[in-house]
Design a protein around this ligand. Structure first.
Ligand SMILES: [Zn+2]
Length: 167
């Protein structure tokens, strides 16, 4: 599996790091601002982080060439996907319709803006890597990052409206 390692740095290593930050900062900023939307976003990033750890596990050591490891990883990524997807859909729609009540957080705005930039890039890169390696686990994990960006966008709209316009 040379393509995966040949770019010098393993892209997988940095990724759970960012998702850990996303989850932790989301929950902390949410608690500070009293924003349920932000706390929920942080928890969502936690699930996303778990999926990325599954894929790191799958491409570690001898598992890199193991199709059994790929199947196991696919199964668990699918489980995390079904935890995440309905939740993201409901949350995002709810937020856009109702808006959020008097929640203001510059930290939250910074975090969701960063997510909106980073997560689609991560997601698209992983989908490309997943297609190259014929790893559906990797591809599916990338899809979760794209979902995450959608949720971040919905949370950001609510936070920005409250912070900038006092809605
Ligand atoms: Zn994310």
């Amino acid at each position: 599996m040379a393509p995966f390692r040949s770019h010098g740095q393993n892209p997988r290593a940095a990724d759970p790091g960012w998702l850990g930050i996303e989850g932790t900062v989301g929950v902390v900023a949410g608690i500070l601002a009293g924003s349920i939307a932000l706390v929920a976003f942080g928890l969502d990033s936690g699930i996303e982080g778990l999926a990325s750890i599954i894929v790191v596990w799958r491409f570690t050591g001898t598992r890199t060439t193991s199709s059994a490891a790929e199947r196991t990883a696919q199964k668990w990524v699918a489980v995390s996907f079904y935890l995440l997807a309905p939740y993201v859909a409901v949350e995002a729609i709810e937020k856009l319709i109702e808006g959020t009540a008097a929640e203001t957080s510059w930290l939250g705005i910074g975090l969701t803006t960063g997510t909106l930039v980073l997560c689609p890039l991560l997601g698209i890169a992983k989908q490309r890597i997943g297609a190259n390696l014929e790893s559906r686990a990797t591809y599916g994990e990338g899809t979760q990052n794209v979902l995450c960006a959608i949720l971040a966008g919905a949370v950001l709209v609510g936070l920005a409206a409250n912070t900038l316009f006092g809605l």
